[in-house]
Structures are given as structure tokens and as C-alpha cells.
Design a protein around this ligand. Structure first.
Ligand SMILES: [Zn+2]
Length: 68
């Protein structure tokens, strides 16, 4: 396995807060991304997650708590 680069975790969609590895969001399809974000969040079960509901997250995955 290659070493993890902790400084660069990818970009985050400004619309749905999802952590994106490419150049556009897999959910929104938008290129409205930010690399200035904090608070790593893994949503496994959006139906039973208060955080997911508050952030309007419908799909499991990796998200950021705060995006600037
Ligand atoms: Zn998005």
C-alpha cells in the first residue's frame, strides 16, 4: 500500500460536503469544490445518523463537517 498523505485528503463539494477525489462531485456533478475544509466525517448509515440528517446527507460516504 502507498503511504497515506494526510495533508492532502482531496477536495470537498461545496454543495453537499462530500469528499471528492476527482474534479467534480459524484453526487451533484458540480465542479464547485473547495480544498479548504475541516472535520472529517464518515457516514455509514444516513438514515440513522443525526449528523447526516442535519447536513441533508442521503448517501453513505466521506464528508467534511465544515467547508469554506
Ligand atoms: Zn456534491
Amino acid at each position: 500500500m502507498p503511504p497515506m498523505n494526510k495533508k492532502k485528503q482531496g477536495k470537498v463539494c461545496r454543495d453537499c460536503h462530500r469528499v471528492v477525489e476527482g474534479e467534480n462531485c459524484v453526487i451533484c456533478g458540480t465542479t464547485n469544490l473547495s480544498d479548504d475544509w475541516s472535520g472529517y466525517l464518515v457516514i455509514i448509515d444516513p438514515e440513522n445518523s443525526d449528523v447526516a440528517k442535519r447536513m441533508n446527507i442521503k448517501l453513505p460516504g466521506r464528508y467534511a463537517l465544515k467547508v469554506r
